[in-house]
Design a protein around this ligand. Structure first.
Ligand code: B3K
Ligand code: ZN
Length: 875
C-alpha cells in the first residue's frame, strides 16, 4: 500500500494577479452529469480533535459511455493511502482533485486521510466546538472530510462507523438509524449508523460529544412513532422545550398542509455554539447554531422564540424539500431554499398572526433583498455563475425565491398548488431536480401554464410598477393604468417585461368599504389598463394587497388618500403599507431638505393607536418608521446625516404630538413574561415601540421609564427592549443598565451577543468609537461567528454609524473582514455587502467606501469568498 502524503491546503492567491486558478468562475450552462456515480459509501472515523483518521470505501459506477477517470474532490486532506478493488492503485493529484484511472465499469475505491478538526477555523467539514466534534458539509464541506465527488447530484447510501474516547465523546451520532454500538477497550467505544435514503454528501453529518438529550416522540399520520431528541450540553437542557414544541408543531403542519410524513424512526437536533449560519438540514441529524435552539424567558426575547420556531420548522421541512428531493447543481439552490422559506413562512402565518407575519417577512425582503437586487451583487434567483457558491446563500435565492413560490401559490390557488407539489414530490422523490422540474410539476399538477413566470428565476432586479387610477364619475368606472420597468443589473443590461400578479381592490373614499371586490390583475406587458365597473363613489386604490408581487410600487395617490387607506383598507398589509408610504413621503422630503408636514403621519398614528379593532402587534408594526436604509434606497444621492436627521425630526414630532397616546400605549395592560401568545408578544412589542418614540423627544423621562422597566423585567424581551432604548440616549441610566446586563449575563454567550449587538446598533454620534473599543473587549472572540456578527454584522447594518463622515466606520468594517478572512472566509464574505453600496452615497463617502474595498482587495492571500464579493462590489 503506497504511503503518499499529500496536503491539499487552500492554494494561496497572489494578490496582484487575480483571477488565479483558485478563482475560476463556474457557469450554469456548463453543467454536465457526473462521470461516476457512488451508489454506496462506507465511512470509518477514528475521532480525535487533533487528528482524525477517515477511511472511506466508495462503490463507484461509471455513468454513461466514456473513458474519463474518476475524479474525487479534496480540500485540506492529508492522503495516507488509495486502493482500488483492494490493490494499491495508481493515482494523481490534479489541483484539488484525486484522479484515478479505472478500467472497468465499476470498482471499490478505498482512501485513508488524516484531518485536523481542532485547527479547522473555517467551520466547514469536521471541526471542534466547545469540546465536541461536529460537521458542516453544505455546500462543499464534505471534501474537507474525505475524497469524494462533492456535488449534489451524486447520491449515496451511507454506512458510518465512529470510534472515539468514551469519556470525551459519550454520544456518537450520524444520519439514519443507529444499527450497532459497542466498547472497544482502553476507554474507547464505537457506534455504527445506517441511512437507508440515498443522499448527496452535503447532507452527511456526524456529531461526537458529551451531550444530553431532551427526548420526546411524535406519531405520524400513518401511526409510526418517531423518537425525537434535542442534544445539548447538560446545563442547557432546560432551554430546549420551545424547540421541541416547535418541532412537533412543524411535523404535524407538514402532514396537514403538504401531506408530507416523516420517514425514519429517529430525528435528532444538535446545538453547536460555533456555526457559520442558522442551522443545517442533514438527513435526520439537523445541526443547529445554538442561537436557534436555546431559549427561556430570562435569556431569550419573543423574537428569539419566533426565530427558533421558524428555523426548526425550516430545517424539518427540508426533509422533503431538500433531502428527499434535492438539487441537481448549486445553481438550483432556490429549488430547495425558496420553496422551504415559503413553507416556513406559511407555517409561521398559520401558527401566529398571518398579517403580522407577512409584514415581518416583507420587511426582511425590503431590508436585505431589495438592496441586493439593486446593487453590484444582484443576481437572479437561479444564478448563472459563481466563483464561490457560499456567496450565493443570499436573500435573493432564499427570500425572493420564496416570493416566486408565493406568486405560484397566488396564481394557482391553494388547491391546485397542492396538486402541483404532490406531483413534484412524487415524481422526483430520490432525485436531484431543477427549478424547471419544479415548475413543470406545478403545471402538470394544476393544468395551468406557468411558463411566463419562469422569467422570475432568470431575470435579476426588482421591478418597479407605476400605478395611476382614473375615475369617471359619470360613467361610474375607474381605469387603472399600470406600467412596469426593470433597471439593468450586472450582466443583464436589457430587461424583459415580467408577469406581475397584483391583488387589487377599490375602497370607497366616503364609505370606507370595498366598492370593487379584490381581483387578481396580472401585469404581463410593459403597460396595461384595467377598467373597474360600478364605481359608485370616489375610489381609493388598494393595490399589491398582501404584497402579492415583490416589486417597488409607485402609485399616484395623494396624501389624503393614503391617510384614508391607513384607516380603512380591508387588507391588513395594504393598510400597513399606506401608513409606511405616508411616513416615507415625509421622510424622503425631510432628507431632501424640503418642508415636511408631519400632521398626516401624526394623525394616522393616532388613529392606529386608538383603534379598537387592531391588535397590538399590528399597531406596533404600523407605527414603526421605515429604517434609514430604506429611506436611503429612495434617494438618488444619499447623505446619511440628512437621512438620520429627517427620521429623528419626524420621530420627535410624533413623540411630542402624541405623548399622551404613546404613554397610554406604554402603560397599557402588560402581559406576563411567560405568556408567549401572539397577543402577549404584541403588547410587549407595542410598549417598546411606544417607548422608543417617547425617547425621541423626552429622553430623560424615557430613560427613567426604560430603566424602571429594565430593573423589574422578568423576561428578556422587556429587558432588551428597555436597553435598546437606553443605548441610544446620553442619560446616566445607559451605562448603569449596560453594566448590570454585562455583570448578570457575561457567562451566557448568546446573551452576551445581545450586549455587543445592542451597542453596535446604537443611534449615537460616538457609536464608531464604542464599537472600536468593543472589538478590543476580552469577550470579543473573532473565531465565533455569532460574536463576530453581533458586533461587525450589526454595525454594518447601522446606517448612520457605518456611514460616519470620516470613514472610520468603513475602515473598521474592512479591518474586521481582513482579520476574519484569515480564519473563516465564508463568514467574512458576508460582511462585505454594506460596503458595496457606495454608488448611491454622496461623493466623499463613496470614495472612502471604495478605498476600504480596495484595501481589502489588496490583501495578500485573500479567500475566493471575499475576493468575489469585493471585486464585484468595486466593478
Ligand atoms: N441549507 C443550509 C444552509 C447552508 C449554507 C452553506 N453556506 C441551511 C438552510 O437553509 O436550511
Ligand atoms: Zn434552508
Amino acid at each position: 500500500m503506497p504511503d503518499v502524503r499529500t496536503t491539499l491546503a487552500d492554494a494561496p492567491t497572489a494578490p496582484d494577479a487575480p483571477p488565479s486558478p483558485a478563482h475560476v468562475t463556474i457557469r450554469r450552462e456548463d453543467y454536465q452529469p457526473p462521470d461516476w456515480l457512488v451508489p454506496e459509501i462506507e465511512l470509518d472515523f477514528d475521532l480525535d480533535a487533533e487528528r482524525t483518521r477517515v477511511r472511506a470505501t466508495l462503490n463507484v459506477v461509471r455513468n454513461g459511455e466514456h473513458d474519463r477517470p474518476l475524479r474525487l474532490d479534496g480540500d485540506a486532506l492529508e492522503l495516507v493511502s488509495v486502493t482500488v478493488d483492494g490493490e494499491a492503485a495508481d493515482h494523481r493529484i490534479e489541483g484539488s482533485q484525486l484522479v484515478i484511472d479505472i478500467a472497468g465499469e465499476r470498482a471499490t475505491v478505498a482512501t485513508e486521510v488524516i484531518i485536523r478538526p481542532a485547527t479547522n477555523t473555517k467551520l466547514m467539514g469536521l471541526y471542534a466546538s466547545g469540546g465536541m466534534l461536529c460537521t458542516q458539509c453544505e455546500a462543499q464541506g464534505f471534501r474537507r472530510i474525505t475524497f469524494f465527488p462533492d456535488r449534489p447530484d451524486v447520491l449515496s447510501k451511507y454506512l458510518v462507523r465512529m470510534h472515539g474516547d468514551a469519556a470525551r465523546f459519550p454520544v456518537l451520532l450520524s444520519n439514519g438509524n443507529r444499527v450497532a454500538a459497542g466498547e472497544s477497550g482502553n476507554g474507547r467505544h464505537w457506534a455504527e449508523w445506517a441511512d437507508p435514503f440515498p443522499k448527496p454528501c452535503y447532507l452527511f453529518a456526524l456529531v461526537a460529544g458529551d451531550l444530553e438529550a431532551n427526548r420526546d416522540s411524535f406519531t405520524t399520520m400513518s401511526g409510526r412513532k418517531v423518537d425525537l431528541a434535542i442534544w445539548v450540553r447538560e446545563a442547557d437542557l432546560p432551554k430546549t422545550q420551545h424547540a421541541m414544541d416547535s418541532l412537533k408543531l412543524a411535523m404535524a403542519w407538514d402532514e396537514k398542509v403538504y401531506g408530507r410524513e416523516y420517514d425514519l424512526d429517529q430525528f435528532n437536533i444538535v446545538a453547536v455554539s460555533d456555526f457559520n449560519m442558522g442551522a443545517m438540514e442533514n438527513k435526520s441529524l439537523n445541526i443547529f447554531n445554538s442561537a436557534y435552539v436555546l431559549a427561556d424567558q430570562d435569556t431569550a426575547t419573543d423574537a428569539d422564540f419566533d426565530n427558533i420556531s421558524r428555523v426548526v420548522a425550516h430545517e424539518y421541512f427540508h426533509n422533503w424539500s431538500g433531502d428527499r428531493v434535492t438539487c441537481r447543481d448549486w445553481f438550483q439552490l432556490s429549488l430547495k431554499e425558496g420553496f422551504t422559506v415559503f413553507r416556513d413562512q406559511s407555517f409561521g402565518a398559520d401558527v401566529g398572526s398571518a398579517p403580522v407575519k407577512r409584514i415581518e417577512d416583507v420587511r426582511v425582503l425590503r431590508a436585505v433583498q431589495f438592496p441586493e437586487d439593486q446593487g453590484p451583487l444582484a443576481h437572479p434567483v437561479r444564478p448563472d455563475s459563481y466563483i464561490e457558491i457560499s456567496n450565493f446563500y443570499t436573500a435573493t435565492v432564499y427570500n425572493k425565491g420564496a416570493e416566486v413560490i408565493r406568486m405560484f401559490h397566488t396564481v394557482l390557488g391553494a388547491e391546485k398548488f397542492r396538486a402541483g407539489t404532490d406531483l413534484y414530490f412524487d415524481r422526483h422523490d430520490g432525485q436531484a431536480a431543477t427549478c424547471d422540474d419544479f415548475v413543470a410539476a406545478l403545471e402538470d399538477g394544476s393544468g395551468v401554464d406557468l411558463q411566463p413566470f419562469k422569467i422570475w428565476y432568470s431575470q435579476a432586479g426588482t421591478p418597479k410598477v407605476r400605478a395611476r387610477l382614473e375615475h369617471d364619475a359619470e360613467a361610474k368606472t375607474a381605469t387603472l393604468h399600470l406600467e412596469q420597468q426593470v433597471d439593468p443589473t450586472p450582466g443583464q443590461s436589457s430587461k424583459q417585461s415580467m408577469p406581475i400578479p397584483l391583488r387589487t381592490a377599490l375602497i370607497g373614499s366616503e364609505s370606507g368599504h370595498e366598492i370593487c371586490p379584490e381581483r387578481l390583475i396580472v401585469l404581463d406587458q410593459q403597460s396595461a389598463s384595467v377598467t373597474f365597473e360600478n364605481v359608485t363613489e370616489a375610489p381609493l386604490l388598494s393595490i399589491n394587497r398582501g404584497f402579492s408581487a415583490p416589486v417597488v410600487l409607485e402609485a399616484e395617490r395623494p396624501t389624503e388618500e393614503l391617510e384614508r387607506l391607513a384607516q380603512t383598507d380591508s387588507d391588513p398589509f395594504a393598510r400597513y403599507e399606506a401608513m409606511q408610504e405616508l411616513m416615507m413621503r415625509a421622510l424622503v422630503a425631510g432628507a431632501r431638505g424640503q418642508a415636511v408636514d408631519a400632521a398626516p403621519v401624526v394623525r394616522a398614528i393616532a388613529g392606529t393607536l386608538r383603534s379598537n379593532s387592531l391588535d397590538p402587534a399590528f399597531k406596533a408594526e404600523a407605527i414603526l418608521l421605515p429604517s434609514e436604509s430604506l429611506i436611503a434606497d429612495r434617494l438618488e444621492v444619499v447623505d446619511p446625516d440628512a437621512v438620520h436627521e429627517a427620521r429623528e425630526r419626524l420621530r420627535g414630532a410624533i413623540g411630542s404630538d402624541l405623548r399622551g397616546e404613546l404613554l397610554a400605549a406604554y402603560r397599557s395592560d402588560g402581559a406576563p413574561g411567560e405568556d408567549l401568545s401572539p397577543r402577549a408578544k404584541g403588547i410587549r412589542r407595542l410598549r417598546t415601540v411606544a417607548l422608543g418614540l417617547i425617547a425621541a423627544t423626552e429622553a430623560a423621562e424615557a430613560a427613567k421609564l426604560a430603566k424602571a422597566q429594565f430593573d423589574r423585567a422578568d423576561n428578556m424581551t422587556e429587558r432588551q427592549g428597555a436597553l435598546g432604548v437606553l443605548v441610544s440616549t446620553d442619560q446616566p441610566e445607559r451605562a448603569e443598565a449596560l453594566d448590570a446586563f454585562y455583570r448578570r449575563f457575561h457567562d451566557d454567550p448568546l446573551v452576551l451577543d445581545k450586549w455587543f449587538a445592542l451597542q453596535a446598533a446604537a443611534q449615537r454620534a460616538d457609536t464608531v468609537d464604542q464599537v472600536l473599543e468593543l472589538a478590543q473587549h476580552p469577550d470579543f472572540v473573532i473565531t465565533n461567528p455569532n460574536r463576530l456578527r453581533s458586533l461587525a454584522g450589526t454595525f454594518g447594518a447601522n446606517h448612520w454609524a457605518l456611514h460616519s463622515a470620516d470613514g472610520r466606520g468603513y475602515a473598521f468594517l474592512a479591518e474586521m473582514i481582513i482579520a476574519a478572512d484569515k480564519l473563516n472566509p465564508q463568514v467574512a464574505a458576508r460582511l462585505v455587502p454594506p460596503l458595496g453600496r457606495w454608488r448611491r452615497l454622496e461623493p466623499n463617502r463613496a470614495a472612502l467606501m471604495r478605498q476600504a474595498l480596495e484595501r481589502i482587495a489588496a490583501t495578500e492571500g485573500l479567500s475566493k469568498d471575499v475576493y468575489e464579493q469585493v471585486t464585484k462590489s468595486l466593478a
